[in-house]
Design a protein around this ligand. Structure first.
Ligand SMILES: Nc1ncnc2c1ncn2[C@@H]1O[C@H](COP(=O)(O)OP(=O)(O)OP(=O)(O)O)[C@@H](O)[C@H]1O
Ligand SMILES: [Mg+2]
Length: 260
């Protein structure tokens, strides 16, 4: 499989503080990568790098072999734990807004035929996330699960190739969480997405992903905790085809190229 995103010797430092060090990573097109690790390990920082919101202090990030542009392009969509949706717009117009911004960055508005096409796309995306009947509902009247579905619709309507999820289901009840797992798995397959998802939930990481990446510090200096940064200490590839056939037992192969 081709590598879509590549990180080469990537470091992130804030002054004296090293957050990420020597991160070398290749993310294959259509893979589903879960990112786990202790709080403060730099998981969100890694997502911001992939989003182009943050620039590495050292090293390079390549998208299709070309240096990543330092802003969020239409090729990348993002869903954070805190919802990115606008309270003053109903569901339909929240999704439309993403399209309008992409198509008309100065006015933020589309008119006539272009607007009708965009509204059709917004409605189709709402239906895809199970909000087909909720186009006129405002966020204040939605459950947490509905709001998170709306966030996903807003991110996906721009047809990104890579979807970045930062603890997207952390605030949801277990039952709703299970529904969201079904939804994300379906969208990942149907829309040929590449997904990078940060989660604190190890079973969620293993259930959804084709690969589980653990970020942590490899070395510690007890006198200077900020001296060393985190990197990919474990990198497990899961065979989801085997997992599907045997239902519950996923086969795990340890990718030892991070351990050498
Ligand atoms: N702009 C900044 N200036 C200084 N330090 C920062 C900045 N942004 C992040 N950090 C530090 O970088 C480290 C990694 O932060 P990050 O948010 O990536 O961790 P995380 O793994 O996502 O943690 P959590 O699981 O709690 O969300 C933290 O110690 C944080 O304080
Ligand atoms: Mg975080």
């Amino acid at each position: 499989m081709s590598s879509m995103l590549s990180l080469r010797n990537v470091w992130v430092e804030y002054g004296e503080k090293v957050v990420l060090e020597r991160v070398d990573l290749d993310i294959a097109e259509r893979s589903f990568v879960s990112i786990v690790g202790p709080s403060g390990a730099g998981k969100s920082t890694l997502l911001r790098l992939l989003l182009g919101q943050e620039v590495p202090t050292r090293g390079r990030i390549l998208l299709d072999g070309v240096p990543l542009k330092p802003e969020c392009g239409p090729d990348r969509g993002v869903v954070f734990q805190r919802y990115s949706i606008f309270p003053h717009l109903d569901a339909r117009h929240n999704v439309l807004f993403g399209l309008e911004c992409a198509a008309a960055p100065f006015t933020g508005r589309l008119f006539g035929r272009a607007r009708r096409i965009a509204l059709d796309e917004a409605d189709a995306m709402l239906a895809a996330v199970g909000l087909g009947d909720s186009g006129h509902v405002f966020p204040a009247h939605m459950s947490g699960g509905m709001q998170q579905r709306l966030s996903i619709a807003q991110a996906l309507v721009k047809r990104p190739r890579i979807l970045l999820l930062d603890e997207p289901f952390g605030a949801l009840d277990p039952g709703i969480r299970a529904d969201m797992h079904v939804l994300v798995t379906r969208l990942w397959r149907e829309q040929a997405l590449t997904i990078a998802m940060v989660t604190h939930d190890i079973s969620e990481a293993f259930t959804l992903a084709t690969r589980v990446l653990t970020l942590d510090k490899r070395r510690h200096d007890p006198h200077a905790p900020h001296r060393y940064g985190a990197t990919a200490v474990y990198d497990l590839t899961l065979d989801r085809r085997v997992a599907a056939e045997t239902a519950h037992t996923a086969s795990i192969t340890i990718d030892d190229n991070v351990n050498n």
